[in-house]
Structures are given as C-alpha cells and as structure tokens.
Design a protein around this ligand. Structure first.
Ligand code: MEV
Length: 427
C-alpha cells in the first residue's frame, strides 16, 4: 500500500528560522530548481538582511523597474519623478502629458496640513449622545494624554490638535466613535496616531462607562487633501475637438461609477508608481482614494476636466494623500531614499503635491489617448518590446523585432521567437 503524505504549509516557528532555512522548506514544498532559488536570493539593491528585518518570513527579494518621468513643472519647480511599476506606457504617458502642461505654466498643487484621523470605537453606552457631550467637555485632557505619547512630534509643531465625537448607527446598535485629529507633519502618521488612540482609550472608557474596541487610524484621510490643477493649451493636445471629447469622457467618469473606477485607476497608475518608488504605504493611499471618491454616497471620479472660455482644457483633481518622508520604508529602503533625493522634496506636503500633480497628468494622458487613437496602439508597441525581449532580443534587435511584429499586426510571443531566430541567423 502506498501512503501519500500530503504537503503541509503548517510549519511551526517558520518565522524564527534563518532565511536560507525558510527557503529550503519552500523549495522543497514547491519543487523550486537551484536556479530559481538562486534568483530569489540574488542580492540586488535591497540587502537580504534589510529585507529580512522589514517583514516576516522573507525568502528573497523581487526587483521592479525603476523609471523617471520627465517634463514635470509643478508649482513653478522642475521635477524628475521616480516611478516604480510593472505596466508599460505609464511613464511615457506621464512624461508626454507633463510636457503638454508646460506652456501654460505646468501643474499647480496644494496640500493641506498633514492631519490624520485616529478612531476610537466605544460600545455598550446606553446614552451615547449624553456621553458625547461629556467626552467633548474633556477634550483638552484627552488631547493632553494623546500628546504625551509623542513629545518629538509635538516639539515639531505637530500632535493631536482636535477631537470630534460621532454617534454611528450600526446593525449592532449605536456606537460612539471618537476621532483624534493629529497633525503628523512629515510622517505618513499611522504609527503615531495608533499609539495615541490606544493611549486615550482607558480615559475614554472612564468617561463613557463603555468598552473601547477599535483604536486605529482611518484611511479615509479626508483632512489630508491635495488639490492639483492645470490648464492645457488646446493646440498642445490636438485642438478644440479633442478638448470637447476629453470633457465628455470626464462627464461620464463623474456620473458613472463603472467609468469612474477606471478613470481613478488611471490616476492611481501615476500616484502609486511614485508611492512605490518612495517607499509609501500604497494600500493606504488606494483605500483613501476610493473611499474619498465615494464620500457622498456614490462613487465618482477624483478628477474633472472642463473647457475654458478660450477653448483650452482645464483639469482639477482632489484626493487624500497620506504620505511621509520620514519613518517606515522611506527610511529603511535605500532606493526609497534615493527616489526622494531625485525628487528633491523637502516635506511630506511637497511630496503629496507632486503625487497629486502626477495623478492629474496621468489622467490627462489616458483621456487624450482614449478619445483619439485609443489606448491599445501605444500599449501594443510596449507589449511588443516586452515580447521581443522575452524572446531573447537585446539592443538594436529589439527595435527590429518590434517593427516587424507591428507591421505584420502579429504581436505574439511565438512570432517574436521566430523573428529573433530569423534575424540572428541572418547576421
Ligand atoms: C490603464 O492602466 C489605465 C486606463 O484604463 C485609465 C483610463 O481608462 O482612464 C487607460
């Protein structure tokens, strides 16, 4: 009788094992070859030792392309914008669209103070509206306890600045939700806010007689907003007809959640690429963006495009951006530090302004393509480049393979391979 032992992923103390031991186990579990193992632990620009300290259960690192979008003029200052992502066309599109805005002064952006919200959920209070008043009466004391947690932030002019109390109706009855409004200055701020929310919880229980459950930052960072806007000369983008079409596309995104989600995805293509390059918590940014887009009960576009009296295009964007230039991966990841240096931003606010501007410009690029030749032409060219490289082409050969595939209208891996073989033999 043959007994087949099922593979198990239940491994006690996996996190305590050294990296190489963990890799052995995974390699055994998944049948990784020697080459595959070596690739996983190949030292790149993030040391394995640093990676191993950043998160748990590390068995290697993974590199992504790091690019720079050019032509950005934001608030009168030139920026080289580092972008990390896997999708072709995005960087080229951002650079192109940034160029269209230059003649009219570039992009303008303004970020609010770095106010984050910490939520404290209180349950089991029979008179939540009465206790809301009592909590508000004790506001100064609650803020004092919160600020005791972070004297450095307070010294920098930040800290818990205000408090709001809401009574939220839920399917489990009414709950009190206290919001601490914390100016986190140059940090993303989740850690500072979470620490404060936890610290004030016992006092809040004392005042309300209720039980505190959640004590956590809200990613709907609607007090930490960036606004970006630009004017584009109609001649830069193909004339008034193109302006009109972009306005029609924008109107659809404003009215229809199905289109809004895609339009916002295009905005986030730019925003998240900068977030990845600079080591931000990009999940927080995405969660905030989508929640903000739905803040009025219906999901809508984060941007709006209009035509001005002269027939030129005017774009505006408003979104929350919880980003930092101190703490987290911005400090430990050496490439994130270099990205911030390339960008040359001096504060989290300036970083948010750049990211908002990039989002707006990325949106413009996508809309311009969508209302004219469509998105696929540019995509296919880059897709063809990828295929050519996967098929082994390098250097000048890549362009030749791409040219032939596009001419033939056959952008496929098998054809790329055939062409590479043919051209290599012909050499
Ligand atoms: C693709 O990554 C992004 C777009 O779909 C955005 C848009 O439709 O506006 C092109």
């Amino acid at each position: 009788m043959v007994i087949l032992l099922a593979k198990t992923s239940r491994i006690q103390g996996f996190y305590r094992l050294p990296l190489h031991k963990r890799l052995d186990i995974v390699a055994e579990f998944s049948g990784l070859s020697e080459d595959e193992r070596n690739l996983l632990i190949k030292e790149g620009n993030l040391d394995l030792e640093v990676a191993d300290r950043m998160i748990e259960n590390v068995i290697g690192t993974m590199a992504y392309p790091f690019a720079v979008a050019v032509n950005f003029l934001i608030n009168g200052k030139d920026y080289m914008v580092p972008m990390v992502l896997e999708e072709p066309s995005v960087v080229a599109a951002a650079s192109n669209a940034a160029r269209w805005t230059r003649k009219t002064g570039g992009v303008w952006a303004h970020a609010s103070d770095s106010i984050m919200i910490g939520q404290i959920q209180v349950v089991g209070v029979p008179d939540p509206y009465g206790k809301k008043m009592e909590l508000l009466m004790h506001k100064e004391e609650i803020l004092r306890i919160a600020n005791e947690q972070d004297p450095v932030l307070v010294k920098l002019g930040g800290g818990a600045k205000d408090m709001e109390v809401r009574v939220v109706q839920t399917r489990k009855g009414e709950m009190i939700v206290v919001h601490l409004l914390v100016d986190v200055k140059d940090a993303m701020g989740a850690n500072a806010v979470n620490t404060m929310a936890e610290a004030v919880a016992p006092y809040i229980e004392e005042i309300t007689g209720g039980k505190v459950l959640l004590r956590i930052v809200s990613n709907l960072a609607d007090r930490r907003i960036v606004r970006a806007w630009c004017k584009v000369d109609k001649e830069e983008i193909g004339g008034e007809e193109v302006v009109d079409r972009i306005v029609l596309a924008s109107a659809l995104a404003e009215a229809d959640p199905y289109r809004a989600a895609t339009s916002n995805k295009g905005i986030l293509n730019g925003v998240i690429a900068v977030a990845l390059a600079t080591g931000q918590d990009h999940r927080a940014i995405e969660a905030g963006a989508h929640a903000y887009a739905a803040r009025n009960g219906k999901y809508t576009s984060l941007s709006r495009w209009e035509k001005d009296a002269d027939g030129n295009l005017v774009g505006t964007l408003e979104m929350p951006l919880a980003v930092g230039i101190v703490g987290g991966a911005t400090r430990v990841h050496p490439i994130a530090r270099i990205a911030l240096k390339i960008l040359g931003v001096r504060s989290a606010r300036e970083l948010a302004e750049v990211m908002g501007a990039v989002g707006l410009v990325q949106n413009l690029a996508a809309l311009r393509a969508l209302v004219t030749e469509g998105i696929q032409r540019g995509h296919m060219k880059l897709h063809a480049r990828n295929l050519a490289m996967m098929a082994g082409a390098r250097g000048e050969l890549v362009d030749k393979v791409v040219e032939i595939m596009i001419r033939e209208g056959k952008i496929r891996f098998d054809r790329a391979k055939e062409i590479v073989e043919m051209l290599t033999k012909a050499k």
